[in-house]
Design a protein around this ligand. Structure first.
Ligand SMILES: [Mg+2]
Length: 305
C-alpha cells in the first residue's frame, strides 16, 4: 500500500452498538470495514484484504475462532494480523486465541485509549515487517527487483509457462563501457546512469507481470512472462532506444553524458525436460554476441523444440 493511504481495519462483531463504538474510536485514523457476522467477515476479508482485523470471539453462527481458522487456511488472508476483542470470562479462551495465531486479545468493556494504543502498536509492527520484506526484494539504489526476488519469480513463471504452454521471454542487459564511464565521470555519476537506465526499463516493461531486475553491477534483466519473441524484441528495441536517448548531466552541469546498452533476448515455450538455467545461459550468450557485434544492439534467439 502507498505511504499516503490509510491502513484499513475490518471490525467484526455481532452487536451493532459494539461496531459503532469501535469504529467511532478508530475511524479518523484508519479506513474501516464492518461485518456483523463471521460469514460476512470472511467475505470482506477475502475481497478487501484489510491490513488488520478486530474480531469478536462470541458470535452466533461462525464464531471468532472459526473465522480465524478460516483466515489462516487462505494464503491471501493468512498474514492479516487479528486482534480478538471479547467479553468472554473464560481464561483458556485467551490462550486459545494466541495458539490459533491472533496477535492480541482485548477484553470488553474496552477503553478507547487502550484500543487506539494496541492497534497503533500492531500497525507499527506491520509497517516494519513490510518495509523489511520490501528491502529484501529490491535493489535499494534503483528500486528494481534484486536477484533474490528474480530467482523466486522466474521459478514461478517458468513452471507456469510449462503448464500453460506459453512463451516466456527474458532480456539480459548490460550497459556498454560502464567501467570507462565510471572512470571518466566518477562512481556517483555512474550511479546516476544506473538509476536513469533503471527508469527506462521500468517504463518500457510495465505490464503487471513484467519484472525489471538489477542482477548486479551494470547488469540488468527484464523477465517477460507470456510474451512472444516478436513482442520481446519490440520491448528490447524500445529499451535500447530509451537508454540511447538518455541525457544525464554531470553534477556540475558541465557535461551531458550519454550511454548505450547491449541486450541478449531469449524466448521459448518451455517443456518439462528443459532447464531454466539453460534458458538464462542462452540469454547471456546472446548478450555476449551483441557485445562482440559492436554493442548498442540486440541479439535474439528463439528456442524451438
Ligand atoms: Mg459477540
Amino acid at each position: 500500500m502507498a505511504v499516503t493511504e490509510k491502513y484499513s481495519i475490518l471490525m467484526v462483531d455481532d452487536s451493532s452498538s459494539n461496531l459503532e463504538s469501535l469504529s467511532g474510536i478508530l475511524k479518523n485514523d484508519y479506513l474501516i470495514f464492518k461485518a456483523k457476522s463471521g460469514a460476512l467477515a470472511l467475505e470482506i476479508a477475502a475481497k478487501e484484504l484489510p491490513d488488520m482485523i478486530l474480531l469478536d470471539l462470541i458470535m452466533p453462527g461462525i464464531d471468532g475462532f472459526e473465522v480465524l481458522n478460516k483466515l489462516k487456511e487462505d494464503p491471501y488472508t493468512r498474514k492479516i494480523p487479528v486482534i480478538f476483542i471479547t467479553g468472554s470470562e473464560n481464561e483458556t479462551d485467551e490462550e486459545r486465541c494466541f495458539d490459533l495465531g491472533a496477535v492480541d486479545y482485548i477484553k470488553k468493556p474496552f477503553r478507547a485509549e487502550l484500543i487506539k494504543a494496541r492497534v497503533r502498536a500492531h500497525i507499527g509492527i506491520l509497517g516494519q515487517l513490510r518495509a523489511s520484506e520490501q528491502l529484501g526484494l529490491t535493489d535499494p539504489m534503483t528500486g528494481l527487483a534484486n536477484r533474490r526476488s528474480f530467482d523466486d519469480r522466474i521459478k514461478m513463471e517458468w513452471y507456469r509457462a510449462i503448464r500453460d504452454k506459453n512463451t516466456i521471454s527474458f532480456l539480459m542487459m548490460d550497459i556498454d563501457k560502464f567501467k570507462s564511464y565510471n572512470d571518466t565521470y566518477g562512481h556517483p555519476q555512474g550511479d546516476e546512469l544506473l538509476k536513469a537506465a533503471a527508469k527506462v526499463f521500468a517504463e518500457k516493461a510495465r505490464r503487471p507481470a513484467d519484472l525489471s531486475i538489477r542482477l548486479g553491477g551494470e547488469e540488468f534483466g527484464i523477465l517477460l512472462p507470456n510474451t512472444s519473441s516478436e513482442a520481446a524484441m519490440v520491448i528490447a528495441e524500445e529499451v535500447r532506444k530509451g537508454v540511447k536517448a538518455l541525457r544525464i548531466p554531470t553534477a556540475d552541469n558541465k557535461v551531458i553524458t550519454t550511454a548505450t546498452i547491449s541486450i541478449g533476448v531469449i524466448s521459448m515455450v518451455p517443456a518439462n525436460e528443459d532447464r531454466m538455467e539453460d534458458f538464462i545461459a542462452q540469454s547471456d550468450k546472446n548478450l555476449y554476441e551483441a557485445k562482440e557485434g559492436g554493442r548498442n544492439r540486440i541479439c535474439q534467439s528463439t528456442y524451438v523444440h
